[in-house]
Design a protein around this ligand. Structure first.
Ligand code: IMP
Length: 429
C-alpha cells in the first residue's frame, strides 16, 4: 500500500511504459520526475502501439491526473505534438495533464548544441539522442535555464534571453562556426508555443501535496535507467539527470516518506543504446536474434540497441542505489527463442573476481563476465496468466534472480500487450 516509484534498473528501455500503464490503472496521480523526450515509452493497447516521450503512460487511462514534474526538461514542441497525438486517438478526455512551472525548457539552441557537440570529433562521443537533454540540464545547474513559468511572462523571458543568448552565440559562432540566434525570433517561437500550453503550466506543489494528504495513490514515473544515472551510472556514458529513486523526491518535490515502494523495471536480458561499457554484450547471432525478436530498436531514435545477457552485478548495484522493493521482469517471452540462457553473476578484473561495478570506463571496459547457464524453455508464453503456469525452467530462472537480488518479482511481462502481463502483486492494493 502507498505511493510507488517506478525506476529502470538497467540502461533504459526496460519496458517502463508498459509497467506504468498497468500499475497506473490503480493510481490517482502520476508524476514523471526526470529526463525529457530522450525517453520513449511504448505501450500496446489492443494491438495499437503508442510511443510516449514526455507524457506519463498512465494518461492512457481515464480519470487520472498526470504531471510532468519540475525535474523534467520539456521541449514544448514535442509536448504539444504528443498531446495532439493522444487527443486525436481519443485519450486525455477525462484525464488531465499538467506541467510544473519549475520544469526547465529545452530551447532550440540546446538541441543544436547537443548535435554539434556529438559531431565534434575532438570530444568524447556519447551517442546521445540529440534531443538537447545534456545542454538543457547544464543550463539548469548553471542557473542559465529558462523555465516553463518564464514562458508565461514575456518581459522576464526577454530579459533572460538577453542574458543567455550572447554566451550561446559566442559558442555557436566561435567554437562551432554556426550561425547566431536572434532573440526576437526565439521570443516569437516560444510565445506561440506558450499560448497553446498556458493552461497546463501550473505550480504543481499544492496539487501533489493535497493529493498526498488526502491519501490518493501517487505513482512516480522514472525514465532511462540506473546505469545511465549521472552519478551512479557509467559516467561519462550516461544521461544528464539522476535516474535513481532519489530523483523522484527532487523531481516531484516530495519527501522520503512520500515514497513507500520502489519497483525496479528489469528486462530479463540487457540492452544499451549509445556508447559505453557493456560487459555482457553479445556481438553475435544470439545478440542479433534477441534484437530481432525483442524489437530492440530505439523508440526515440530508431537506433539498433546493443543486446546482451542479464547482468546481476550491474543489477545489484542498481538495487543498492535505487532501493528496489519489487522487480517487474519484462520481455520474458523474448528469451523463449534462445537455447542456453546465461546470467552474469560476477566479473573478472585483473585476474581477480569482483562483484561491483568499477567507477571508471577504463576498468569497466576491461571486466570479463562470469556466467551461470540456464536451460531454456520452449513453450509459447503470451496466454499464460499465472506464475505457477509458467514452464519450470523459467520459474527457476526467475527464482534465481529474486534470490540473488533479495527482491521479489511483483510483475512478469510475457508479451507486448497490456494483457500479456502477470501481476503477482499490485503495490497499490
Ligand atoms: P541523452 O540522454 O540524449 O543525453 O543521451 C545520453 C545517453 O543516454 C545515450 O547513450 C543515450 O542513448 C542514452 N539514453 C537516453 N535516454 C535513453 C532512453 O530512454 N533509453 C535508453 N537509452 C537512453
Amino acid at each position: 500500500m502507498g505511493n510507488v516509484a517506478v525506476v529502470g534498473s538497467q540502461w533504459g528501455d526496460e519496458g517502463k511504459g508498459k509497467v506504468v500503464d498497468v500499475y497506473g490503472e490503480s493510481a490517482d496521480l502520476i508524476i514523471r520526475f526526470q529526463g525529457g523526450n530522450n525517453a520513449g515509452h511504448t505501450i500496446v493497447v489492443n494491438e495499437e502501439k503508442i510511443v510516449l516521450h514526455l507524457i506519463p503512460a498512465a494518461a492512457l487511462h481515464d480519470n487520472k491526473t498526470c504531471i510532468i514534474g519540475n525535474g523534467v526538461v520539456v521541449d514544448p514542441e514535442v509536448l504539444l505534438r504528443e498531446i495532439n497525438q493522444l487527443q486525436e486517438k481519443g485519450y486525455l478526455q477525462s484525464s488531465s495533464l499538467l506541467v510544473s512551472d519549475r520544469a526547465h525548457v529545452i530551447m532550440p539552441y540546446h538541441k543544436q548544441l547537443d548535435k554539434l557537440r556529438e559531431s565534434n570529433t575532438s570530444a568524447t562521443f556519447i551517442g546521445t539522442t540529440g534531443r538537447g537533454i545534456g545542454p538543457a540540464y547544464s543550463d539548469k545547474v548553471g542557473r542559465r535555464g529558462i523555465r516553463m513559468a518564464d514562458l508565461l511572462r514575456p518581459d522576464y523571458l526577454e530579459k533572460r534571453l538577453e542574458e543567455v543568448l550572447p554566451e550561446k552565440n559566442c559558442i555557436l559562432q566561435s567554437y562551432f562556426n554556426a550561425p547566431p540566434l536572434e532573440a526576437c525570433g526565439l521570443m516569437d517561437q516560444l510565445l506561440t508555443l506558450a499560448e497553446r500550453l498556458k493552461d497546463r503550466i501550473v505550480d504543481t506543489q499544492p496539487l501533489i501535496h493535497n493529493a498526498l494528504k488526502e491519501g490518493k495513490k501517487v505513482m512516480y514515473e522514472g525514465a532511462q535507467g540506473v546505469l545511465l544515472d549521472i552519478d551512479h551510472g557509467t559516467y561519462p556514458y550516461v544521461t544528464s539527470s539522476n535516474t535513481i529513486t532519489g530523483a523522484a523526491l527532487s523531481g516531484a518535490g516530495v519527501g522520503p516518506n512520500d515514497v513507500d515502494q520502489v519497483i525496479g523495471i528489469t528486462k530479463v536480458y540487457t540492452t544499451r543504446v549509445g556508447e559505453g561499457p557493456f560487459p555482457t554484450e553479445l556481438e553475435n547471432e544470439t545478440g542479433a536474434l534477441i534484437r530481432k525478436v525483442g524489437g530492440e530498436f530505439g523508440a526515440t531514435t530508431g537506433r539498433k540497441r546493443r543486446c546482451g545477457w542479464l547482468d546481476l552485478v550491474a543489477l545489484k548495484h542498481a538495487k543498492r542505489v535505487a532501493g528496489f522493493t519489487g522487480l517487474a521482469l519484462t520481455k520474458i517471452d523474448v528469451l523463449s527463442v534462445v537455447d542456453d540462457i546465461k546470467i552474469c553473476t560476477a566479473y573478472e578484473l585483473n585476474d581477480e573476481q569482483i562483484d561491483y561495478v568499477p567507477s571508471t570506463p577504463e576498468d569497466y571496459e576491461r571486466v570479463k563476465p562470469i556466467y551461470k547457464t540456464f536451460v531454456s524453455w520452449d513453450e509459447k508464453l503470451p496466454k499464460v496468466k499465472s506464475k505457477k503456469d509458467l514452464p519450470a525452467a523459467l520459474q527457476e530462472y526467475i527464482k534465481f534472480i529474486e534470490t540473488e537480488l533479495e527482491v521479489p518479482a511483483v510483475l512478469l511481462s510475457v508479451g507486448p500487450d497490456r494483457n500479456d502481463t502477470i501481476v503477482i502483486h499490485n503495490p497499490f492494493n
